[in-house]
Design a protein around this ligand. Sequence first.
Ligand SMILES: [Zn+2]
Length: 422
Amino acid sequence: MTLHSVRAMRDDGDFAAPARVGWAEGRFVLGGAPRPGDLDGAGLWLIPGLVDTHLHAAWHAFDTADRDRVSPRMTLQLTAEALARTLAAGVTSARDAGGLTLAMATELPEDARPRLQLSVALIDRAAAAAAGGLVAAVESVLEGGARWVKLVATAGVAAPAGADLAPVFSRAEIGDAATRAALSGAGVMVHAWGGPAIDDAIEAGAMSIEHGMYLTDGQARRAAERGMTLVPTLRIYRLVQRMIADGSLPAAFRARVDEAVDVHALAVRRARDAGLAIALGTDYGTTAQHGTNRLEVDALVAAGLSPQEALVAATRSGAALLARVAADPAAAPDGRIADGSVADAVLLRADPRIPGALSDPAAVVAVIRGGAVVHGEIPDPPVLPDPPVLPNPPTLPIPPTLPNPITPATPSTPSTTREDAP
Ligand SMILES: [Zn+2]
């Protein structure tokens, strides 16, 4: 399938002049002379498939107790629906940050969900203890099909008020986890709001820092030197603030969350200025959140990234992170629209650099995964801006037909219908 005159995103997040972009056998084919059968991409924008590097596809409530009340069968159904909405939003690859098991993932039809990498279960101090030690817990998730070992290295939202950034694991422990993960070709992702846990994640060989709102300039620089990625999750904390405001979460969380929201944008700018890769992550884990992933792109812009930088974070940066642990690197998407790249893409009806354009629920024309249209359809003829609405032609009142008692009534001439109107 080939589009002509479509504007495709370049590696820097800007857009090339309208050109011919197609795909065959799951890979992009760029350029060439227009041919009969090309679809008209004029007025459309093509971006690489979005990558959400931090979500919880199998969570459908904020609270663990609420999640545990849902039956496995219902959880599977809700997860299938959540991932279908996520794919329809343009997310063609996702990293599950805990909750989604391989058994569940394999039950979900491949063409109705993003490509998935799993971490299976979060490993915090209690999980490590329950498994008989951190390395045993790491081995357990790896045996369960994890490509990522998710360590909870600082407290999160639900910590007691006044909880600080005390590290949960020692640097040596994170190092042991990273070494064990690497033996299986897996990576370590570290939930760390800030403090020594970030230093330990950097020095111990973790691949990504999750949240990281208290990241310092020095940490950002060292993480950049190690080729790491920061996954800020901006919007989720705003949603938590709303849940506190409407009483669905305890007011005791408020001080900690308010402060986190205040500093999160600063961490994003620190990372950008230090050359630390930033990848989009939503941390979504409720039914209402799943499928609204594009809103996080706007959140990155609101935090201080340019629209181009936010688009790179939402595509190429995430793809590069996930490619580091891909089971088959040659088959991994690289988040680029380039000759020979895996054809994961989102076709849009508006320029995604315009503020709010991506947040528009109607922004997506079609989602392409591995060269297959998995959501929407590619229009033929093309989507054009709506024509101006012309006033209706005046309709004349139909004269009443008077009965003629002498001659039979002749069939009346049909009045002009709207279709006939010039
Ligand atoms: Zn999370």
